[in-house]
Structure formats: C-alpha cells, structure tokens
Design a binder for this molecule. Structure first.
Ligand SMILES: Cc1cc2nc3c(=O)[nH]c(=O)nc-3n(C[C@H](O)[C@H](O)[C@H](O)COP(=O)(O)OP(=O)(O)OC[C@H]3O[C@@H](n4cnc5c(N)ncnc54)[C@H](O)[C@@H]3O)c2cc1C
Length: 356
C-alpha cells in the first residue's frame, strides 16, 4: 500500500501552496480534495495583497509583511513550475480612509487632488485619500497555477471525495478516510478552509463567513477606450479590483450566513452602485458574473497554524479575509514546522491548542 509523508486535506490556496512547498523539500505529498481544487474561497476571492490595510489585525503584522514581501519571488517560482502566471499587478491601491484610520506600512503617502486626478482620472470620489504600495493577483489564475505547479513537481491528488475522518494508530494520525478510500500518511494537515471543523474525530474550529462579489466587463458594442480603472480602489462601501484582461471585480460583503452561497441581486446592485458612485463610468459596464464564497473565519479570526492535540495531525487554516495574501508565508512556515526546522516566525500565537 502506498504511503505519503503528508496528506493535505483541501486543495485551496493554502493546501496547494503547502503541498507544493513540501514537495520542494523532497516529501511525498497527497492532496485530498472533496470537489475540484481551488473552487471554494480561493475561487471567490478578490486577490488583494492588502498588507497596508489599517483593518489588518495587529497580531498578524509580522506574517502579513513577510508574505507580501515574498509574493514576487513566489509568483516567479510558480511560473517556473506551472508554466503560467496568475496576473500579479503592482500598480498599487488608492484607499479612502476614515479620520481614525492610518496605514503604517512603508511607502504609504497621502494623495491630494492634484495627484489623484492624473493617477486615476476616472475616479470622481473625493475624501481622505492615500496611495498604498500594494499589489493584487487573480486568485482563480493563482489556484490553477498552484495546482499545475504541484502536479508538475509530483504532488499526488485525490479529488471528488472528501475526508470524513482522520485514521489513527496508537493515538497518532496515520492517514485519512474518504467514502471511497483510505490513504496512509506519516502526518495529516487540515487545510479544509470553512469546512475544517467537519473532519472527525475532531475538526479545527473554523466557520464560514460569506462574501458576495461581482465582475464587470465592457458592454459588447462599447468602443475600446483603455482601462477605466488601473489601481485597486478601496472605499468604505466597496473595493474595485481591475484585472489585466479588462475585467473589473467589485466586492465584498461580510455575512455570517452559515454555508449559504446564494447571491442576492439587491446586494449585487448595491455594490455596483457604490462603485459607480466612486467611478461613474463603471455604471455603463455589464455585470458579467456574480458569486459568493465562504471565508474560513476562526473564533478569534486569526489563522490556525501548527500541531493539534493529536500527534501527527496539524492545521493550516482560518485565514479569514487574508488567505491569498498569507499563502506564501503559511506554506513556508508550515513546511519548516513539518520538516523539523524552526519556523522563521513564531507560530505559537496561532496554535490550534489555544482553543482547548
Ligand atoms: C468574497 C471573498 C473575497 C476575498 N478577498 C480576499 C482578498 O482580496 N485577499 C485575500 O488575501 N483573501 C481574500 N479572501 C479570503 C481568501 O479567499 C481565503 O482566506 C483563502 O482562499 C482561504 O484558502 P483555503 O485554502 O484555506 O480555503 P479554500 O479555498 O476554501 O479551500 C479549502 C478547500 O478544502 C476543501 N475541503 C473542504 N472540506 C474537505 C474535506 N472534508 N475533504 C477534502 N477537501 C475538503 C474545499 O473543497 C476547498 O477546496 C476573500 C474571500 C472571499 C470569500
């Protein structure tokens, strides 16, 4: 019977990044995915690498800064292994902030009217405005590239049947069981996102936090006038994320609605209106797609990273609003932990054991 060093439960951005990194370290890795890889939160995300967002939890500052710094190399390596690129854009973010909010990362600068207009001519909203040196990535392309890179490097995949329980031997995790099969492993990592709590005999306490988004494209007969918006724009009501192929993504709600992924047309219209209030030309664009996804929240909305109380059973989940941003550092730190090295950042504040 084949045995892997690591079985990763869940093939989203976190599970795939970790599987790919572990494989680079020489480990035999299997990803068990209940559906198709990268079709859940990762598919639904906006893809902002929002390391300057003043709403980021202070406990995560070190990980967030490190991960944002890693992104260009992470994407370069990914391109080498996957032969495709996830549209990393580093044009920066224009953020409209409240008086009480002050971004602190290096390179932030306030923008006055004379700077804002030439930077983003289509933006008519005015207020307390900052330029943030952030980037963005297309999470769907990121997921696809991560899966290809992992497969090309020799990561095995089992798709279409979810892990039901962790198999144990002498009290230690020894593999996973799906409805169809048993997969033996030296260690198991729960990267099942919003579903991580459902794995028996005990899950990792995440909960789904719904987010609705939509995507705009130019109307079929519209003359080609170049990009309407070049920067990511964040206002208190909406964020606007341009992609290199001309699509413009708008988001997002934050809803405690269980596992409900229905899209509400009124909510979609509200987001579209908020974006058009900031940049009026967006009103004439067509809604191409609207969707909802489930962020993996945790009881304190911080990631859950490290060893669980069961020997051989680990967690890497609970990334809530920042899983795309945090994928590179999570993969690195968890690979260091799982291969017996000292993680370069302290994982103790994120230990699964804090919820015991
Ligand atoms: C609307 C929205 C906007 C967002 N915008 C951003 C953003 O701009 N920037 C950012 O950094 N983050 C953003 N996020 C958050 C980000 O998407 C998540 O934090 C990240 O995708 C989590 O990745 P994951 O791999 O943990 O989860 P997921 O991508 O959900 O992957 C988990 C995987 O586990 C699988 N699975 C579940 N149960 C089982 C099982 N029993 N057995 C096998 N497989 C299982 C699922 O099918 C899924 O594929 C956004 C999220 C949403 C919803």
């Amino acid at each position: 019977m084949k045995t892997w060093d690591f079985v990763i439960i869940g093939g989203g951005a976190i599970g795939l990044s970790l599987a790919w990194r572990l494989r680079h370290s020489g480990a035999a890795v299997l990803v068990v995915e209940k559906g198709e890889p990268s079709r859940e939160a990762t598919h639904a995300a906006g893809g902002m690498i929002a390391h300057c967002d003043p709403h980021n939890p202070p406990e995560l500052a070190g990980m967030i800064t490190a991960s944002a710094c890693m992104y260009p190399d992470f994407i370069r390596e990914l391109r080498e292994d996957a032969f495709e690129s996830p549209d990393l854009r580093d044009t920066g973010t224009i953020a409209f902030l409240e008086e009480s909010e002050s971004p602190t990362c290096a390179g932030v600068r306030p923008l006055d009217e004379t700077e804002l207009t030439p930077l983003e001519p289509g933006l008519k909203l005015r207020g307390r405005t900052f330029f943030l040196p952030e980037s963005s990535v297309d999470p769907r392309k990121l997921g696809s590239a991560l899966e290809k890179a992992a497969r090309n490097r020799g990561v095995d995949f089992s798709t279409g049947s979810g892990v039901q329980e962790i198999a144990t031997l002498g009290g230690r995790a020894a593999g996973v069981r799906t409805a169809k099969s048993f997969y033996a492993a030296g260690a198991v990592v729960n990267c099942a996102g919003a579903w991580a709590a459902q794995i028996k005999p005990f899950g990792v306490p995440t909960r789904p936090v719904k987010g609705q988004m939509l995507c705009l494209i130019p109307a079929a007969k519209a003359p080609h006038t170049g990009p309407l918006i070049r920067h990511v724009v964040r206002t208190p009501e909406v964020y606007i994320i341009p992609r290199s192929d001309g699509r413009i993504v708008l988001g997002a709600t934050l809803e405690e609605a269980g596992f409900d992924k229905r899209v509400d047309p009124e909510t979609v219209q509200r987001l579209h209106k908020a974006a058009a209030a900031a940049a009026p030309e967006l009103e004439h664009l067509r809604i191409h797609e609207a969707w909802a996804g489930l962020r993996p929240g945790s009881p304190d909305n911080l990631p859950i990273l490290g060893a669980t109380p069961m020997p051989g059973y680990y967690a890497a989940t609970g990334h809530y609003r920042d899983g795309i941003l945090l994928a590179p550092i999570t993969a690195l730190l968890m690979t260091q932990l799982l291969t017996g090295q000292k993680p370069k950042l302290d994982l103790a504040p994120f230990s699964p054991k804090r919820f015991e």
